[in-house]
Design a protein around this ligand. Structure first.
Ligand code: IMP
Ligand code: MG
Length: 176
């Protein structure tokens, strides 16, 4: 991309305040029993790190890798598993932790896959939701922020593997 421009969409303080609210809601909602936070790599690595510290009950952490974007800003339409589950989730409450729901293709595919492993429940926590782009119905139980249809980076989200370390969520656009 020539002359990339970043503009802050959601500043760090708002992200952190919202995650504390989500953590409190998750703490209150979940009954006793095994709770597994299942982070989707790589974009959710910061969100899951902050979310687990905002949840006041025991939980386990697991990761899966799913890729639906190539190196561009448009979804390739295919979902590939780049890292498989390494934990038995049968009988457990699974909370998928995702950075952003766009078309819903990734989460729709993942939910069907997880159901074959017989968890007690599967829910979704997504930090960002580009709701106007949705093509697949996915139930998002815990949502951080609805956002407009713009390409965003930072706080775990990348463009071609860059920008993941930004503290704010920023819109990335191409300048003149
Ligand atoms: P979906 O399968 O179309 O819902 O796409 C979800 C995945 O696409 C997310 O997990 C992200 O990895 C990626 N993605 C979607 N929108 C953006 C964006 O604006 N910035 C960075 N990654 C995005
Ligand atoms: Mg992702």
């Amino acid at each position: 991309m020539k002359n990339p421009q970043l503009s802050v969409l959601i500043p760090e303080a708002r992200i952190q305040a919202r995650i504390r609210e989500l953590g409190a809601a998750i703490t209150k909602d979940y009954p006793d029993g095994e709770l597994i936070l299942l982070g989707i790599l790589k974009g959710s690595f910061l969100f899951i790190a902050d979310l687990v510290r905002a949840i006041d009950r025991p939980c386990k952490i697991e990761f899966m890798g799913m890729a639906s974007y190539g190196s561009g800003t448009v979804s390739s339409g295919e979902v590939a598993i780049t890292r498989k589950l390494s934990m038995n989730i049968a009988g457990a409450h699974v909370l998928i932790v995702e950075d952003i729901v766009d078309t819903g293709r990734t989460l729709n595919a993942l939910i069907h896959l997880l159901e074959q492993e017989k968890p007690q429940s599967v829910q979704i926590a997504a930090l960002l939701d580009k709701e106007e782009r949705r093509e697949f119905v996915v139930p998002v139980a815990y949502r951080g922020f609805p956002i407009p249809d713009e390409f965003v980076v930072g706080y775990g989200l990348d463009f071609d593997e860059n920008y993941r370390g930004l503290k704010d969520i920023c819109v990335l656009s191409e300048g003149d």
